[in-house]
Design a protein around this ligand. Structure first.
Ligand code: ADP
Ligand code: MG
Length: 279
């Protein structure tokens, strides 16, 4: 069971918006060698704006209807942007399936990341060259692209600072995301992360965590999505954003209640002090 010093550190963390589910995570945090971070919703706000789109109206209605059954931040942006559109022509008898890390499907229609389509087109053709951090989503029918959406997200103000603080403590911070190469590179650059992995499926995130563990690294993983939950459960220290999906929070050892990564670094310092007392 936890020492009084550990309980005191946990209570201090809680007052500062970081919830530890047990003493082990509090004690382990400052021993972390590698911190994998998800992008959307974690390093960025995950609050997208649709800034450009092209699709015919009947297909747009299908897309909006489909995205209503997804909790992904991209889905929320699309449903919000077209909230006034009457979905009168949509066939509501067909079932909808969310494919984690890919997108959402209804019959022969798929809405999701460009690389999921056979007739793959460079998403760069759809966004301004200067706006590499914009996310492009395609809608396709039977693998033929029928429309696209360009969405803008923003890096969290505290993210850059927190990344620098962890790096100064010798933690190897790496970005892992389901989003494409261009977006991953642009966001990594913005927060000064050197190592990043794009187009990760949930199982890729688990594999990256396990590979680091096999090299005797203490591995932290921070994320917010359904797609992050398995990797959070596998990491030595799983950390979920408070705004995240409930399954991410259930799979994690630590919850960043107000999504403030600076507070997570504060807890890292608490953990350091704690280990000096109890070791
Ligand atoms: P991240 O690791 O950036 O949080 P995810 O693994 O959640 O990303 O999703 C990976 C990619 O899959 C997204 O960048 C997006 O292209 C696509 N995607 C996922 N869910 C949806 C959805 N509901 N609608 C459209 N695209 C989606
Ligand atoms: Mg995410």
């Amino acid at each position: 069971s936890a020492t009084p010093a550990t309980l005191s550190a946990i209570s201090n963390g809680a007052k500062n918006g970081i919830l530890f589910k047990g003493g082990a995570a509090m004690e382990a945090l400052s021993t972390m060698d590698t911190l994998f971070s998800d992008k959307t919703g974690t390093l960025t706000f995950g609050e997208f704006q649709v800034i450009d789109h092209e699709i015919n109206e009947a297909d747009l209605k299908e897309v909006v209807y489909m995205e209503q059954s997804s909790t992904h931040p991209i889905a929320e942006a699309i449903t919000m942007s077209f909230a006034d559109l009457p979905l009168d022509t949509v066939d509501t008898s067909e079932s909808i399936e969310e494919v984690a890390g890919v997108g959402i499907q209804k019959g022969d229609i798929l809405v999701g990341k460009p690389s999921s389509f056979d007739s793959y087109e460079d998403p760069n053709n759809y966004r301004a060259q200067t706006k590499q951090s914009h996310t492009v989503i395609f809608a396709g029918r039977n693998n033929q692209i029928i429309g696209y959406f360009v969405l803008a997200d923003q890096v969290r103000l505290e993210a850059k600072e927190a990344v620098a603080a962890f790096q100064e403590e010798g933690v190897d911070v790496q970005l892992i995301t389901g989003d494409n190469e261009q977006v991953a590179r642009a966001v990594a650059k913005e927060v000064n992360i050197v190592h990043y992995q794009a187009s990760c499926l949930p199982e890729d995130k688990i594999r990256l965590v396990q590979e680091e563990q096999e090299h005797d690294k203490v591995v932290g993983m921070i994320g917010d999505g359904i797609n992050d939950a398995p990797a959070l459960a596998n990491a030595d220290i799983g950390i979920a954003m408070g705004s995240g999906s409930s399954v991410a929070m259930e799979s994690a050892d630590v919850v960043v209640v107000q999504n403030d990564l600076a507070k997570l670094y504060y807890s890292f310092e608490l953990s350091e002090k704690l280990n000096k007392i109890i070791k």
